[in-house]
Design a protein around this ligand. Structure first.
Ligand SMILES: N[C@@H](CCC(=O)N[C@@H](CS)C(=O)NCC(=O)O)C(=O)O
Length: 201
């Protein structure tokens, strides 16, 4: 398998999942500004949407959309428990978190990464993220991970999105549960290895 990624972007989530699952994979960096891969290839030929992540399977198929990619990875190694069994109620709980992270949190951060954002829009977006993080912090409560005692791909994705707070002066310390969660995930060997491989540590 080959993962197309951009250091520190949402592609870090499937990168962590691949390492958690212990799967064999290569990766190639994508420059999101030029849409060129590190080897100079046109990334739009891999993913016409131009966004990372994209996972190229050994049979040549390309899978995109982070929540789908991480579930695919998890299902390659069911014993890793990175995702509850398909069809179980907990699997829908996982999808609930993946979808919330993608469509609410990730999307809102995406607006902040847009250089054309005005100061007023930025303030409103940061306030909206704050309200969402209040909700996530409360839902997490005293649990170690979003689904309870077991790390899943939803935790890896939330960790990556939370890591973007530092770029916009959002103090994660405001939410003690989320700060502890983030520190807990950052200490996992797979996360350290993925971050090192992406040149982030
Ligand atoms: N819907 C996609 C969105 C992925 C996404 O927003 N990727 C960002 C990096 S975190 C990106 O590649 N942005 C550049 C672009 O879309 O041109 C998914 O969930 O995988």
């Amino acid at each position: 398998m080959k993962l197309y990624l951009t250091p520190g972007a949402c592609s870090l989530s499937p990168h962590i999942a691949l390492r958690e699952a212990g799967l064999k994979f290569d990766f190639e960096q994508v420059d999101l500004a030029t849409k060129l891969t590190k080897s100079g290839a046109d990334y739009r030929k891999v993913n016409p949407k131009g966004a990372v992540p994209a996972l190229q399977l050994d049979n040549g198929q390309i899978l995109t959309e982070g929540p789908a990619v991480v579930q695919y990875i998890a299902d390659q190694k069911p014993d890793s428990k990175l995702a509850p069994a398909a069809g179980s109620f907990d699997r829908y709980r996982l999808q609930e978190w993946l979808n919330y992270t993608a469509s609410e949190l990730h999307k809102r951060f995406g607006q902040l990464f847009n250089p054309a954002i005005t100061e007023d829009q930025k303030k409103a977006t940061i306030a909206g993220i704050g309200t969402e993080l209040d909700y996530v912090n409360k839902s997490l409560g005293s649990k170690q991970y979003l689904l309870g005692d077991t790390f899943t791909v939803a935790d890896g994705y939330l960790f990556v999105v939370l890591s973007w707070t530092k770029y916009f002066g959002i103090d994660l310390g405001r939410w003690s549960g989320l700060k502890a969660f983030s520190d807990r995930i950052a200490a996992r060997p797979s996360v350290k290895a993925a971050m090192q491989a992406e040149g982030l540590s």
